[in-house]
Design a binder for this molecule. Sequence first.
Ligand code: PEP
Ligand code: MN
Length: 352
Amino acid sequence: MIVITSNQTPDERIAEIVRYIEKHDLKTHLSRGEDHTVIGIIGKIEPKLAEHLRQMQGVAQVIKISKSYKLASRDFQPTDTVIDIKGVQIGGPDLVVMGGPCAVESPKQIDEIARLVKQAGGQVLRGGAFKPRTGPYSFQGVGVEGLEMMAEAGAKHGLLTITEVMTPEYVDVCAKYADILQVGTRNMQNFDLLRKLGTIQTPVLLKRGFSATYDEFLNAAEYILAGGNPNVMLCERGIRTFETYTRNTLDLAAIPVLKQLSHLPVISDPSHGTGRRELVEPMTKASVAAGADGLIIEMHTDPDNSMTGDGVQSLFPDQFSRLLEDLEKLAPIVGKRFETAKEPVLTGSWAL
Ligand code: PEP
Ligand code: MN
């Protein structure tokens, strides 16, 4: 249920309405717009209470929300959530580019890639220290040392960092080193992990499960929000379909759909969404055109020898840099801002 206040209802009156609702053992969530304030109510509301609320002074409308997720929905919060991380704003007018390798491999590797991400105009360094691998014998990531390497590279080159966390026990250590925590597709419904992420304030990039519906995806986000962490981004990273040519099918429609259903920032991952380097550029541009607030893109200086199998979908540094130059031109067409660093990336041995 949401209560929409009338135009110009004073703050004191809104506070009285909220107190009245909370007296009935219900939780509230306030979202202030220019004219109206939306009071979201969480919990079971007796018809008599709903009727009373309708009559209250300062109340314009009381609307029943049938969706199972509340805090994640646009009904509860009509205005976009903008997450500010050390001055980088995600979900507002700026387009945010996160770039880097699938996995952190060595201090030299992550330092060099961080330099190139920054030089191209990216704002966030990606890299996994703990890797969710399909098989138990595959490289599992370098662990906590990788977090340290990444934090150091991020700080040195002026980039935020994002890394994947797979279990509740590792949330605190990952949050100590990284600015954003990534929940991978395989863990979208790891409810213990989601609950733990709800207890901290570190921003979370939640990837869509590869077979999750929008409703399931938004309910997964709701777990984190309901725990008290409002800093959640949704990431479309491709779903499993009958098509095997691409690694996954990047569901482009998810971007505008999620923006309609939710106020949370929406990020696209064209790397895992296609699994093929040559498709990353067109699908990045398509994602921006579709309204994405940001991108997470794999880039590697030596993709043929990357320690995960994701080298085949990793851009070479010069491709990454050219792509970001194009985004600078594309972003304003869809009302976004993006600026490259204006320093050309030397092609050298990484040129195709
Ligand atoms: C990754 O970002 O490297 C990753 C493993 O992503 P996903 O969970 O989308 O497969
Ligand atoms: Mn990867």
